[in-house]
Design a protein around this ligand. Structure first.
Ligand code: CP
Length: 310
């Protein structure tokens, strides 16, 4: 089995530091990397909708001089005829050197990694994990704050189904001086297992509130999230909760002047477009950082796969 990235904790802190440094070098000298993946193919297997993750993986591979194959919806693959993800993994391993996969079922990326003979990258599995968004988030925090330690971060919105929140909390739990504020409606609180297994286990100070404005003054980073309509069991609950938090310029009155406002996107209604021109808005920087860090990730996993062949 090749080295894959299914959970952000599959990589050590040192490996994440190396990826961030490589991404920073790519930003500085992209020409050095423009032929690194010549002759290599990335397969993007997207069983769920995506704009950023799929297109940033594809842009990343093209900017490394490689090629891309794949599909962007389950209906255009043989999954529509009942093929298992395990068989899909074995099949695509015959055509591609590396796979990036998004799937609505929690754990699907793990099953694919077990059955593929090439590296597999989890591009989001249901409401579970989204490790490459976390890498983009970490690169953004590093570029904005100069460090991955010593700050207070507020997570706001759908903390129950928001897989980007789950992965980022796991990643940050390995750095020092992190304070967490969890801001959500009662029904969308962070799952207990994450509080128990990560925040309490690692002695990370955390507070829970429903009040964004009350939490605002203490925050160095505000991580807004969309209410995940596709994970709800009934539309009524979604409609009741979808506009729980809408960040407007007025709500930033008591925010720090160097607050970093993040959002994995897509945004529905959680951040007013009036905030886009605020210098504290970092969410489109996250989008761009996502391409650079995915370039670094593809290079790392292909390099390790090549070493395994010897
Ligand atoms: N952040 C993110 O995963 O966006 P997409 O759903 O557009 O890929």
């Amino acid at each position: 089995m090749s080295r894959s990235l299914i959970d952000i904790l599959d990589f050590s802190v040192q490996e994440i530091d190396e990826l961030i440094n490589m991404a920073l070098d790519i930003v500085k000298s992209p020409e050095k990397y423009s032929e690194k993946c010549h002759g290599k193919k990335l397969a993007t297997l997207f069983f769920e909708p995506s704009t950023r993750t799929r297109l940033s993986f594809e842009a990343a591979m093209y900017e490394l001089g490689g090629n891309v194959i794949g599909f962007s919806e389950a209906q255009s693959s043989s999954a529509a005829k009942g093929e298992s993800v395990a068989d899909t993994a074995k099949t695509v391993s015959c055509y591609a050197d590396i796979i990036a996969m998004r799937h609505p079922k929690e754990g699907a990326a793990y099953v694919v990694a077990k059955n593929a003979s090439v590296p597999v990258i989890n591009a989001g599995d249901g409401g579970h994990l989204h490790p490459t968004q976390t890498l983009a988030d970490l690169l953004t925090i590093y570029r904005e704050k100069g460090s991955l330690s010593g700050f207070t971060i507020g997570f706001c919105g759908d903390l129950k189904f928001g897989r980007t929140v789950h992965s980022l909390i796991a990643a940050l739990s390995r750095y020092s001086g992190i304070n967490v504020v969890l801001i959500s409606p009662e029904e969308l609180k962070l799952p207990s297992y994450i509080k128990k297994d990560i925040l309490k286990e690692k002695n990370i100070p955390f507070a829970q509130t429903t009040d964004l404005e009350e939490a605002m003054p203490a925050l160095d980073i505000l991580y807004m999230t969309r209410v995940q309509r596709e994970r709800f069991f009934n539309e009524e609950d979604y409609l009741r909760l979808k506009d729980s938090y809408i960040l407007t310029p007025e709500k930033l009155m008591n925010a720090k002047s160097n607050l970093c406002i993040m959002h994995p996107l897509p945004r529905v209604n959680e951040i007013s477009v009036a905030i886009d021109s605020d210098p504290r808005a970092c969410y489109f920087k996250q989008v761009l950082n996502g391409k650079y860090i995915r370039m670094a990730l593809i290079l790392k996993l292909l390099e390790e796969a090549e070493k395994d062949e010897y």
